[in-house]
Ligand binder design. Structure first.
Ligand code: CA
Length: 246
């Protein structure tokens, strides 16, 4: 696994350089971004700024940020798409969405995709700073949600998986397919709904591709007694772990 995330052990009383929350601003309006970076920098955060969604996705593959300030109207892939992709890839950092559009539909769409808060432009910088503080506190409250299924444990924040306590390598799409199955234990997930959830990746997906990811997951999980059942002509189902059935 290429990204290693240390368990957060931040103590506000001893916050120094190393423990500064690390923020990423994705905003194509240069002067707004500079103002944001300055204001948040003065709050004591370590701030980076990028002006496209593509650059942000690249950077987030290298660095685990503590919070993302994300503009919706970006050149290239827009903020909605960035949000969808990063949640699909298992990133759980808080996201504050900035939108110039005042449409309720946009806000709802953003929140549906996993934004934690949003602000409509124009906004006052002190209000943005206050929302960022609240989100950072919330993000630090837990050490990240862990999902377990029998001997399988997923650290969603760190995007790490463990099987019987040992690190388990999962490719990005295997991770995404597994997340979907884990949300619907003992429920059949159709191939179409896997495809629907995954097609916002770079290329189209065929149902054969889904079969490939499922068979890779089986090869990794079945030795530990975790079973993904094929429901012929329809889809797949993650069975409840046998120990818990008894
Ligand atoms: Ca913009």
């Amino acid at each position: 696994m290429d990204s290693i995330r240390q368990a957060p052990s931040r103590n506000p009383a001893t916050t120094g350089e190393a423990n500064q929350p690390h923020l990423l601003i994705v905003e194509d309006d240069g002067s707004l971004a500079a103002g944001l970076a300055r204001a948040l920098g003065m709050e004591g955060y370590k701030v980076e700024h990028l002006d496209t969604g593509e650059k942000a996705m690249e950077r987030m593959a290298q660095v685990d940020f503590d919070l993302l300030v994300l503009d919706i109207g970006l050149p290239g892939i827009d903020g909605f798409e960035v949000l969808r992709r990063l949640r699909l890839a298992g990133h759980v950092m808080p996201v504050l969405v900035l939108t110039a559009r005042d449409a309720v539909g946009d806000r709802v769409h953003g929140l549906d995709l996993g934004a934690d808060d949003y602000m409509t432009k124009p906004f006052a910088l002190p209000e943005l700073a206050a929302r960022v503080r609240a989100l950072i506190r919330r993000g630090q409250a837990g050490s990240g949600p862990r999902t377990t299924h029998g001997p399988l444990e997923l650290d969603r924040a760190g995007r790490r998986a463990f099987l019987e306590g040992a690190p388990l390598e999962l490719a990005a799409r295997e991770w995404a397919v597994l997340q979907i199955l884990l949300e619907k234990v003992e429920k059949v997930v159709s191939k179409e709904s896997f495809i629907e959830s995954l097609t916002n990746w770079d290329e189209d997906l065929s149902s054969n591709a889904i079969e490939v990811y499922i068979s890779r997951l089986r090869a990794k999980l079945e030795p530990a007694g975790i079973k993904i059942r094929t429901v012929r002509g329809f889809g797949y189902m993650l069975e409840e772990y046998a120990d818990r059935k008894a």
